[in-house]
Design a binder for this molecule. Structure first.
Ligand code: PMP
Length: 451
């Protein structure tokens, strides 16, 4: 077996096909998720090392988006590759249905340690969407087993994003999630996102009106508390506009959930495992959720894996299920050994290399510099973020895309959704690389300014 523990990853072999040939096959045969078709600007990445990625034409870029928020350790990390190689030589996987495998057990125990009591028990899935979907079924089944089968309504934020399955798209108020996909599953209610609608529209106003946790209480009372199963929330709304929840919001909704017997599910798919400069973003608020979902950074994207971690009290109730005596949910590849081995290696690297503290420090530099240099520039409506998760809101969709394209030409990859441009480099990003990202963004904003 090749020892990859110290050697840098070998230079990638040249692709067998040319960039143009690959682009043509992509255009003809690949259907990209959530992507306008036929975008000529689309990068086709063939290799990566550290924070750099190289495209099919041999051009190298600094990855300011960590793939899709997930490549927290960057690319070709020697210790993760070594762990994957070791696990592959031992056991690719063994299903968790009626049996178990070693890396899955160790990873579940590690998540319990990182999340802390009483969050002790994990169900593994393969994607963030599956984790959200599982959590919806878990909260409903839990209440049924507790003698409250009418507690089925799931409340979430109007601009929240929890996944792309039928159930999880019904948690979003945005028609882009569910229009034209047939009847929306019932039992989902949205409340106002804690953001000032006037700021979002760019209208001049004074003062800001930000809906607080009381919107949850109103919705619970309107539905009848006895009908409400859970409130799902992201600590930083990702797809919904890179919007950190206001300080105190999570504590407020925790209190309301406790008051009405509603479970609090915190979706840490994007924010978990270091992205915000803490292991988990909810820990910054000192609250304990009933259920936490994680995915993306869990394996740093080295394998598809997601987790639904719940309290002992919730998990234990499934032993009383009259049909199974266990949880009626899961997948063939739940807790796949390669994914779990990748996650264990990723978490070890984060701990051993002090990457939480590093992310907090370079994240402060990133958000601080973006605010100092971009806020107030022509067309920039807002700059916000926490840790290595920042958003720049422009006054128009096209402007955000133009800045993304300008950064690309300067050798920096970032991404936008609507008018918001996301910046989320790997946790291993250096100060010098942060400065390069900020410089590229500043130059991109200035170059695309109409003023
Ligand atoms: N929850 C959140 C907060 C997300 O940002 C995403 C993905 N963008 C998901 C869930 C769904 O994860 P996946 O794409 O892995 O299905």
């Amino acid at each position: 077996m090749t020892d990859l523990s110290v050697a840098p990853s070998p230079a990638p072999a040249a692709p067998a096909l040319t960039g143009d040939e690959l682009a043509e096959l992509d255009r003809r045969h690949l259907l990209h998720p959530w992507t306008p078709m036929g975008d000529p600007e689309q990068l086709l990445i063939v290799s990566g090392e550290g924070c750099d990625v190289t495209d099919s034409y041999g051009r190298t870029y600094l990855d300011g988006r960590s793939g899709q928020f997930n490549a927290t350790l960057g690319y070709g990390h020697p210790r993760v590759l070594a762990a994957l190689q070791e696990q592959a030589g031992k056991l690719m996987t063994y299903a968790l249905l009626g049996s178990s495998n070693e890396p899955a057990v160790l990873l579940a125990a590690k998540l319990a340690e990182l999340l802390g009591e009483p969050l002790s028990r994990t169900l593994f899935c393969n994607s963030g969407s599956e984790a959200s979907e599982a959590a919806v079924r878990i909260v409903r089944m839990y209440h049924t087993l507790q003698g409250q089968p009418e507690r089925t309504t799931v409340i979430s934020l109007a601009d929240g994003y929890h996944g792309t399955t039928s159930g999880t798209t019904a948690m979003s108020a945005s028609p882009i999630a569910w229009a034209g996909c047939g009847p929306r599953p019932g039992g989902f209610v949205q409340i106002a996102t804690p953001r000032c609608a006037q700021c979002a529209s760019g209208a001049a106003h004074d003062p800001c009106a930000v809906p607080g946790p009381e919107a949850l209480e109103e919705a619970v009372l309107a539905q009848g508390a006895e009908n409400v199963a859970a409130f799902f929330v992201e600590p930083v709304l990702g797809v919904g506009g890179l919007l950190p929840l206001p300080a105190g919001y999570l504590r407020g909704v925790r209190d309301i959930c406790d008051r009405y017997g509603v479970l609090l599910v915190v979706d840490e798919v994007t924010t978990g495992l270091g992205r915000t400069g803490a292991w988990f973003a909810h820990q910054r608020e000192g609250i304990t959720p009933d259920i936490v979902t994680t995915a993306k950074g869990l394996t740093s994207g080295y394998a598809p894996l997601a987790a639904v971690t719940m309290t002992t009290a919730i998990a234990d109730v499934f032993a009383t299920d009259p049909m199974l005596g266990g949880l009626r949910h899961g997948h063939t590849t739940s807790g796949h050994a390669m994914g779990a081995a990748a996650a264990l290696a990723v978490l070890r690297v984060i701990e051993e290399d002090g990457l939480i503290e590093h992310a907090a420090a370079v994240g402060e530099r990133l958000c601080g510099q973006l605010t100092a240099r971009l806020k107030g520039l022509d067309g920039v409506r807002d700059v916000r973020g926490v840790g290595l998760l920042a958003g720049i809101e422009f006054d128009s969709f096209p402007r955000a895309s133009q800045v993304v394209a300008a950064c690309r030409r300067a050798g920096v990859v970032v991404r936008s959704e609507g008018p918001v441009l996301f910046v989320s480099p790997p946790l291993i990003v250096t100060e010098e690389q942060v400065d390069r990202i900020v410089d590229a963004l500043y130059a991109g904003v200035v170059a695309t300014s109409a003023a």
